[in-house]
Design a protein around this ligand. Sequence first.
Ligand SMILES: [Zn+2]
Length: 413
Amino acid sequence: MRLVLTHIARLLMVEYESRELVAGADMEKMHVRENAWLTIEDGLITGFGEGEVALLMDDEVLDCSGGMVIPAFCDSHTHLVYAGSREKEYEDKIRGLSYEEIAARGGGILNSAALLSSISEQQLFEQSLPRALEIIQSGTGAVEIKSGYGLNTKDEVKMLRVIRRLGEETPLAVRSTFLGAHAFPAAYRPDPDRYVKLVVEDMIPAVASEKLADYIDVFCDRGFFTVEQTRTILEAGAKYGLVPKIHANELDFSGGVQVGVANGARSVDHLEFVAEEEIGVLKKSRTMPTLLPGASLFLGMRYAPARKMIDAGLPVALASDYNPGSSPSGNMELVMSLGIMQLRMLPYEVLNAVTLNGAYAMGLEKTHGSVAVGKTASLIITKPMPSFGFMPYAYGSSQIDRIILNGKIVQDV
Ligand SMILES: [Zn+2]
């Protein structure tokens, strides 16, 4: 049976010829169909056009009542599988406690790891599932989720199994990333290379033997993993077919962009510290620069130079970084608003960044991120809006009316 969407005021992100990504000046451009309809069969988009559609006897019709239709969000960078929460730590920060004092009171990545270690795989799934369901209700259709709160082989595998199960038991398209190199456990601080050895010799083979990850990530930054350590880990991952997607240049000019690109990274993420050299390296690559403005907002830190990057001809993806320490929100409408408010991106640039470019950043650009015949029917129907720019402009108030994932209407939006 067909599902037919009618009375769509504007159908956005339309593609007649598929593209991998959108870069530079093209990010401001958009193919739009006015007063449109769209048909869905077997979970896929099968047609769309303007004006009236010829309905068949057994069509199921969904009247969009003058709302707009955009692809569901593609959130290419999250850590939404975790144990507990860290709002107390944020209070401590407000009170002016130092990082060390906060860590002593139970904050930081290492404490997330201790908490995660203390619960079972089933309990971790039960804690993480509501967050996956929450992002579905917020319009996300495809998501990348990282490990990295295990920091030992057993708990990293536990996290990745939970990530796989979220993909099996929810309508989300899930890509998983092994991030054993997220932080150094305290016991390895005197000899960090010993931890790199554990990641390379024990964790990566264990993760690969269960085929638990699509990507491999390293936190390559000042005070975390060095360029040399990052290279060692990425090269070890490559032997098992794990493609890099790395944390780079959040805290400093870390060399993360260069080592990521040199190792064929699908994306380099954060990029608060980016100058001409990094832009030049990215321009010669197929790596998606991915920005995480939610983390800058929550931590009160600098924003990535998105305007400069797009004006230089680069593509940009935006993602939520949903995690308990630096961005406890998976709300992509808010990410879009930060795109216009803090990154000085234009509304259509933001829409390209949270859909097709996000899909590319997790290798899903052939199936997700735009409105094209044959692509997965994962779509957002908005409330009636005066223009698309109203969606990011009206920050804090959702413009989502209905959500369709894999051709099925999501209930209870
Ligand atoms: Zn992150």
